[in-house]
Design a protein around this ligand. Structure first.
Ligand code: GRF
Length: 199
């Protein structure tokens, strides 16, 4: 089987990345969009893992606004430079512009970017998914692993697992229970996705 190269994208604590590394998943590259434990602490000690900070704050247009297109291109260039085959977003908080989702033949990663979202999509899209689910009063929520597309949290679903909501849950306790499920489900799903890649 052809060896596939995996990049994991993080912005936060990186506990899912840590779980993937501890699970023995071969991670070749970790990219973050800001300094965070996900690159500053978690991958240290894993000699084979290349670490790269591509800081959002370095990408400003003349009006001082975030230049999403230039940022996306910088990430894309670095992924291609490192001959990455599959990208797994693990708490990565920047939305990419459309060139990331071009076909592979045109330098993009269409169909090769996985995302994990802490709710049962299509319910509770967006960055406040756990809070929104709790406030809505659902009794069951969970996690979804899907293929990332230009439309946020809307790509084809690969795996889901439910998590019960308890009466006394806070956003923090509920999110932590969801993450406990994610730390098992994500490495397993990434591994299978890479094994099943045909081109
Ligand atoms: C996870 O809950 C994932 O679903 C969401 O971001 C969180 C990442 O957690 N996209 P961590 O930074 O790995 O602890």
């Amino acid at each position: 089987m052809k060896k596939r190269k995996l990049a994991v994208l993080v912005s936060g604590t990186g506990s899912l990345l840590k779980a993937a590394l501890e699970d023995g998943l071969q991670v070749d590259l970790v990219i973050a969009d800001k300094p965070c434990p996900g690159i500053d602490e978690v991958p240290r000690g894993y000699e084979h893992v290349k670490i790269k900070l591509i800081s959002r704050k370095d990408f400003r247009n003349e009006s001082g606004e975030f230049d999403r297109i230039a940022f996306t291109q910088a990430v894309l260039d670095f992924l291609n430079l490192n001959e990455i085959d599959v990208v797994a977003m693990a708490g990565f908080m920047t939305i990419f512009s459309s060139q990331m989702f071009l076909p592979k033949a045109q330098g993009g990663f269409d169909g090769r970017i996985l995302n994990i979202h802490p709710a049962l999509l299509p319910a509770f899209k967006g960055e406040k998914a756990v809070k929104d689910a709790l406030e809505y009063g659902v009794k069951v929520t969970g996690t979804t692993i899907h293929i990332a597309t230009y439309d946020l949290d809307a790509g084809p679903i690969i795996a889901q697992e439910a998590v019960n909501v308890f009466e006394d849950d806070t956003v923090e306790t509920l999110h932590e229970r969801i993450k406990q499920v994610e730390r098992v489900l994500y490495p397993r799903t990434i591994r299978k996705f890479m094994e099943d890649l045909t081109d």
